[in-house]
Design a protein around this ligand. Sequence first.
Ligand code: SRM
Ligand code: SF4
Length: 563
Amino acid sequence: MMDIKINPNELIKANSRYLRGTLKESMADQATGALLADDAQISKFHGFYEQDNRDLRLSRQQQFLEPYYSFMLRARLPGGVCTPQQWLTIDTVGRDLGNSTIRLTTRQTFQYHGILKANLKPLIKRINQVMIDSIGGCGDVNRNVLCNPNPHDSSLHQQVHQWAKRISEHLLPKTRAYHEIWLDGEAVAGGETEPLYGETYLPRKFKTAIAIPPHNDVDVYTNDLGFVAIAQADRLLGFNVLAGGGMGATHDDNTTYPRLADELGFVSPEHTLAVAEAVVAMQRDFGDRISRRHARLKYTIERMGVTAFKAEVEKRAGIHFETAKPVSFTSQGDRYGWLEDSSGEWHLTLYIENGRIADTPGATLMSGLREIAGIHQGDFRITPSQNLIVARVPETQKDRIQQLALQHGLLSDRQSPTRLASIACVAFPTCPQAMAEGERYFPELMNRIEKITDNYGIEKSAIVMRMTGCPNGCARPYVAEIGLIGKGPGRYNLQLGGDGTGLRLNRLYRKNLNEHELLKTLDRLFKLYSEKRLANEGFGDFTIRYGLVKPVINPAEDYHDTP
Ligand code: SRM
Ligand code: SF4
């Protein structure tokens, strides 16, 4: 008989009494800054990860000290929207109990880094006092639901944002463990169930996004479950439903790869929750519970085939998908500066380099946003490119907010279009998976890249460039025109060929480049682009047309195809 071993995480979940584990005991143990090993898995469902400062690892080891443990907590903030009052709390808590920075993420929420164990409970309590929780911020459940922040049309944004919130609520775990452990809620005396997830939850993380065409800010095709809003003027008619997108891969494991979602069909709004639930339930029942590397929905769909998958979703949701409506996406990423919408409200999109909000000698971003929050009456929207929109500003407040933004270095016209279109993941020193630098290094590298684009007169082109410290793909680098994927200290794989709208995967062009090799390669590519591009041709399209890389036809085979 074959000996198939279930993944140990499945047992941890099953034994956790609906996500309680021994978290209370772990928190009470003052002898260590860490959690018990199983609790470090369960904590993710509560929104936080145990980390240690990787810059300090060696010196701590040499001093026979345990690693410098701290925690990263990620909030749940569907669609990235919060009020100025909530922002003021987010800011104060970050200064009091975190490392005095706030990290905006590629999934429209914020993270605190550097939280000490003793500060976790007070921190969770304080954000909950302003109605922000961290349930399912991480873990094998549905994560933060993305929603196009859409500064163009407030009424459509409000409708679609409501759906992001509803989906998020509908797919939340029902266990009271979070309230019991962190908010001193009453202990549940048995009889608890998880109607959707069951006691082993999903085999792996699950991600949902809603896009409003023509903007693909949310990179909707990279999500496990995607909804593309179909609207007539400002009236929402329904959604095209997508399933099976995902970015994560592992170097040198040919069975892992990034994949774009398949289109299942169109549904009207009243079926949204039933479809979301059916897709999640399919992943619960058919996802791989043996290998976590192969446990995402994209692999389930590859195994089942999209036709069989769709038929089963229709059966479970009690619906019939109509043919998907035609849509056209024209951009990825944010549009900066002030925009007025049809109702006369103003929206200011601020570029926050790699999402890190802090006060530094040159730019007091954290203080500036605090001051803006003190007078702002609209809302804040975190974007999927780690930026921030000061949204719904009346004409009368525009000048004051502009002044504050200028005064604190939140507005500058010195960034190139390529920098503005680019993002990098966190990586060192907190991310345990990082093989190379991300946000700490990307700005310097970009300075050097800008010199090359200036040199070839292509400085006005916005080339979507995304860097990650490892192949997990947290900055969604596989749909960028240029993807830089960490391979080892100071070394990156170079991927080319995304289309600048998030509809096409890129492909490996050169492996394991150090900075010198990378800049030399980009120099050659940008020279060619400046000489041979067609009118209005984007860099990614050029690399395909000019034959520098072939388009990806079969992601499973093409991702590991060595040039
Ligand atoms: Fe991510 C794991 C940071 C978006 C794919 N990601 C991690 C961890 C938690 C490292 C770990 O395993 O302990 C990183 C924490 C670093 C730190 O110190 O903060 C981390 N991921 C991030 C963030 C903060 C990157 C950023 O710079 O903004 C993003 C937080 C999003 C959020 O608010 O929820 C982030 N991660 C993504 C995305 C992009 C997205 O979802 O749109 C992806 C690719 C899409 C996808 O999931 O397929 C992504 N992260 C991963 C993976 C690979 C999953 C896979 O299928 O293989 C891992 C590793 C894992 O899950 O084992 C990972
Ligand atoms: Fe860490 Fe890799 Fe994600 Fe970057 S891509 S944050 S290095 S897991």
